[in-house]
Design a binder for this molecule. Structure first.
Ligand SMILES: *Cc1c(COP(=O)(O)O)cnc(C)c1O
Length: 450
């Protein structure tokens, strides 16, 4: 335990000076790794020592301030420290009766998040492993409720012979809610894509036309924070139209919902609080260690009736918030506690400052690069995401590959408006102007050398 804690501290201290790539790629790493099932045991301290020595060669700098790939948070130290305690306490955080500490702390962090996100304070919240599960749970709650309103009981009857639930999702939506549609048995092939504009926002006319075809109340999935552009769907216009059609609005806001923490960014989310369910990550913009996210449902009863796996041997359903009633899991880790520690550490003021800082850094990056003749910024920078293209797809791909190979910084790849892009997500708590300057130098120097 002591060795592991010391290693954790040393690893974090070294992050800023390390390159942002694993020392060994998967095949090379695997060839050095002893994968044989040990017949004879070994002392705990030798196992931990060996783990540290071998695993370190295959670790990516996901927590580095210069990791700009995908949309990943930076695992803030205070959260990682709290996570150590969660592991050490070994709680099964399924029930408030069994672990009052876990339940009360987790319920507190749920309330804090609702406040920070500007969502209805009486909503039901499930703490899950991330936005993919959060989206799936929201979609399942939507499915069950829309069918219940039509007199169909999914629990007893399943979906065979059920009334139709039309599903609409934007053309530029993330793959996670698409997976949620599949997991919920609604059929991705049956879902209709709504046309989107050049930032990835659904077109209101496309939504209107889609709603006009509905015989039954639909499920419509909107998005806060498109992964390439950071764009937001037009909630204020869209949500009332969907509700007029008797529909359910689910919002995938894995990172974008956090914009509400910053008053100057709130216009982007106008009207989002009128949706019926939301998915948001804690391990992205809140910088909680992996893995944690929230499934939020306006009417708590809709979430609990969709998710509760309550058996006869468990305490009666009551007014108290039971962690496992709002998630697919029964036995579960108290994965909300690190986020409690982070919010307690930063305060609402600190969360707001962190998110505002990332957006300012994104604008700075885009402005500096936009001044270069051979570089195009492919998105309106409204948040923390910047989509960068060189003159040709080939050049963009080569530049990105070389930057990733050198690994002073790590942006990742994407395709936007039919073009290859270097995608930069600024979302790590420790990232600052100096890191962005290194990124800019890397992009400019590398592209001049291609
Ligand atoms: C990251 C992301 C997801 C998936 O979240 P996980 O935490 O990886 O499960 C879904 N939607 C959007 C918009 C995302 O950025």
């Amino acid at each position: 335990m002591v060795t592991a804690a010391q290693e954790a501290v040393a690893y974090r201290a070294g992050l800023n000076s390390s390159t942002v790539k694993p020392e060994l790629r998967p095949a090379a790493f695997a060839s050095q790794f002893d994968t044989t099932l040990p017949q004879q045991g070994a002392s705990a301290s030798s196992v931990i020592g060996n783990l540290i020595a071998t695993a370190s060669k295959g670790l990516q700098g996901h927590a580095s301030p210069r990791f700009f790939g995908y949309v990943c948070g930076g695992s803030m130290p205070v959260g990682a420290a709290a996570d150590f305690l969660v592991t050490s306490w070994g709680q099964n955080a399924a029930s408030s009766w069994e672990s009052p500490s876990a339940a009360v702390i987790e319920q507190t962090v749920c309330q804090w998040c609702l406040e920070l996100l500007g969502l209805p304070l009486e909503s039901g919240v499930g703490i899950v492993s991330g936005a993919t599960v959060a989206n799936t749970q929201g979609i399942i709650a939507a499915r069950d409720t829309l069918l219940k309103r039509q007199g169909w009981d999914v629990y007893e009857n399943g979906l065979f012979g059920a009334p139709d639930v039309p599903v609409f999702i934007g053309d530029a939506a993330h793959s996670a809610p698409m997976a949620g549609i599949r997991y919920a048995g609604l059929g991705l092939g049956r879902a209709t894509r709504l046309a989107a504009d050049d930032q990835g926002r659904i077109l209101i006319d496309a939504l209107r036309a889609a709603l006009a075809t509905c015989k039954n109340p639909p499920l419509v999935i909107l998005q806060a924070g498109q992964i390439n552009t950071g764009a937001f769907d037009p909630f204020a216009e869209a949500i009332p139209l969907i509700h007029e059609a008797g529909g359910w609005v689910h919002v995938d806001g894995a990172f974008g919902l956090w914009a509400h923490a910053v008053p100057e960014l709130r216009d982007r989310l106008a009207g989002v609080d009128r949706a019926d369910s939301w998915a948001v990550d804690l391990h992205k913009w809140l910088n909680a260690p992996y893995d944690a996210g929230l499934c939020i449902v306006r009417d708590r009863a809709d979430l609990v009736s969709a998710m509760s796996a309550r058996g006869d041997y468990l305490p009666e359903i009551g007014e108290t918030w039971e962690p496992s009633e709002s998630t697919l899991e029964l036995s579960r880790r108290a994965r909300g506690i690190p986020s409690y520690a982070i919010i307690k550490h930063l305060g609402a003021k600190g969360v707001r400052a962190m998110i505002a800082h990332h957006c300012a850094l994104a604008t700075y990056l885009a402005d500096r690069l936009a001044a270069e003749a051979d570089i195009t910024i492919m998105n309106d920078v409204v948040l923390n995401q910047v989509a960068i293209a060189c003159e040709t797809d080939e050049k963009t791909t080569t530049v990105l590959k070389r930057i990733q190979e050198k690994a002073l910084v790590y942006p990742s790849h994407g395709v936007w408006l039919g073009r290859q892009i270097i995608r930069v997500s600024i979302i790590n708590h420790a990232t600052d102007y100096a890191d962005i300057d290194i990124l800019i130098d890397e992009i400019l120097e590398t592209s001049r050398g291609v």
